[in-house]
Design a protein around this ligand. Sequence first.
Ligand SMILES: [Zn+2]
Length: 268
Amino acid sequence: MRTLRNLMTIALVTIVLGCATTGPGGKKSLIVIPTSYEVAIGQGMAEQIRQQETILQDSVWQNYVTEIGQRIVEVSDRQGIEYHFAVIESDQINAFAAPGGYIYFYTGLLKIMDTEAEFAAVMAHEISHIVARHSIQRIQAAMGAQLAYQLVFGDEGAGEALNAAIGIGMNLAMAGYSRDAEREADEYGVIYMKRAGYHPDATVNMFQSLAEAGGGGERNVFEDLFASHPQTQERIANVKKQIDGMKPLPDTLTRGRDKFQQMLSRLN
Ligand SMILES: [Zn+2]
């Protein structure tokens, strides 16, 4: 009986909170875990990432990543949380977002890019995952109703449930998102790029660089994408179509090659 009551409460809370939650472009999504817990899970994950990975200790890069990140956040559909950006020293060609506003870039990924706009394309894509709450959705689904209830309403069980959620988040962090989630992040990434004053076609260049790095365009290494994800060529085609629909694009949009090359020269 208790389980049934819990499930009914979850269902009710899902309806109430779900209506208050918006994704990119003001879309509704069903998320029972409130923002405060999403941020707490992200914080817990960030602590583990700090212990497991080598965070690049370069204040020039740190400021640069934060500056570009904030530029995109300001034009995004999710403000009101604090965003944190960091660079991980690793040859892996990857980037990822933890729930609640934590975004990471591997130096391996930065090195295959050419312009600031390409970097901003990945940034906008990752911010879109946070705006759409893709990570917390996955964590919530993996937690199940009982554990999610314990997290949100539990007294003594809450700390335990939070740790469980952080563990689930860490396991899911590199597992890749659903095709729909990737499509949504691609689509909003392009919109945010343009709003932030970047040439959105840098998204295409970024995908092409990733395709080359991933080997013949068949396998996309972005977020360690698996076979279930839209292939790079399909994503490129979607993004190109979206950008065509935005034309004519203003002349003021930038690519920022010089600054980015200068930043790259700081990496070993
Ligand atoms: Zn993604």
